[in-house]
Design a protein around this ligand. Structure first.
Ligand code: NAP
Length: 312
């Protein structure tokens, strides 16, 4: 019996039965991405598949943009139960699925697909995964918070913003280097944020501002939770996401980045007496929710958490 490859290709998918016939456990779930070799999802899901008594394993599939449509069309006949989707395919998969959930449609991105008969059903578990992560890390709910999302122009920032708006958080401040993207997102969220039970205070409940110190300083006084959804923070040479002097002890700081495990933003927040957490919990909970969509049963969360922690 053979071990699975670290990364399979589109050519492998086209001949899946024969390429994987020597595997002890059939490969019936995968993550699609380009690149994909960095994905920790197999290390998180395979212990869960084993602990849950599911006779299948999870592998990486390197799928390029021009291969995506055909690759999705091959899933059913290759015996897949579903897939996860990572960069750059979340929008492309949303365009292809026959059915998409409300949250996936609002974000315009799918990170989890379930093969249901002849249909591909698209979910987005990044958004509710963030919600669960905030609950777990800080023992609070999005609905009760005034939230600043930095990086509101990207896919993760949009997923976070849609979830915050769906939960009618107290305030939502969208920050982005390219202001036009934050402003466009703000327009999309106006209706969703409307909540007759939450009165407009002196500061508007939905704001878009540029990623500039002065503008952030003005808003941060009325913020409880700061979320980093930019791609900054993985490299030592990356600039500061929020100037340290603007972080106050009452702030909760959630960095979607999880490598390094103590990010520069977390170090700065903790130095100012604020609580801080990295993005590992979001990765975990989006995976837990994906598992529950594939198998329609409770996920073995502890096995997933351990698999993820061991992978770091
Ligand atoms: P993305 O779509 O490429 O968006 C990147 C965002 O970062 C944009 O808002 C962009 O601003 C901003 N940005 C990039 N470089 C910048 C710079 N030099 N200065 C200021 N802003 C900059 O990426 P994504 O998919 O949303 O992912 C964002 C981050 O979230 C990544 O680190 C990713 O690993 C992480 N993530 C974590 C999880 C998790 O489970 N923990 C899940 C999803 C994503 P512009 O619009 O101005 O370009």
């Amino acid at each position: 019996m053979a071990e699975p490859k670290n990364v399979y290709t589109f050519a492998d998918l086209k001949d899946w039965a024969s390429v994987t016939k020597k595997l002890e456990t059939p490969a019936r779930i995968a993550v699609f991405g380009d690149p994909v070799e960095h994905s920790r999802s197999p290390q998180m899901h395979n212990p869960a598949l084993e602990a849950g008594g599911n006779d299948c394993q999870y592998v990486r599939l390197h799928i390029k943009e021009d291969e995506l449509i055909e690759a999705l069309g091959l899933l059913k006949d290759a015996g897949f139960l579903g897939i996860n989707v990572t960069i750059p395919h979340k929008g492309g998969v949303f365009d292809q699925v026959e059915v998409a959930t409300d949250v996936a449609s609002r974000i315009g991105a799918v990170n989890t697909v379930v093969v249901e008969g002849d249909q591909l059903v698209g979910h987005n578990t990044d958004a509710p995964g963030l919600k669960r992560a905030i609950r777990e890390q800080f023992s609070v709910d999005l609905t009760d918070l005034r939230i600043m999302i930095i990086g509101a122009g990207g896919g993760a920032g949009k997923a976070a913003a849609v979830q915050c708006a769906m939960d009618h958080c107290d305030r939502l401040v969208l920050v982005n280097r390219t202001l036009e993207k934050a402003e466009a997102l703000k327009e999309e969220l106006v209706e969703l944020m409307a909540d007759p039970d939450k009165l407009e205070g002196p500061a508007s409940r939905l704001v878009a501002i540029p990623w500039e110190e002065k503008a952030m300083e003005h808003e941060l006084e009325q913020i409880d939770l700061i979320i980093n959804a930019t791609s900054l923070g993985m490299k030592r040479t990356d600039p500061e996401i929020v100037p340290q002097r603007l972080i106050e002890p009452h702030h909760l700081v959630y960095d979607m980045v999880y490598s390094p495990s103590r990010t520069r933003l977390m170090v700065a927040a903790e130095a100012e007496g604020a609580k801080a957490a990295n993005g590992l919990s979001m990765l975990l909970w989006q995976g837990v929710l994906a598992y529950e969509f594939w198998f329609n049963k409770e996920a073995p969360v502890d096995a997933m958490r351990k698999g993820l922690e061991d992978s770091l």
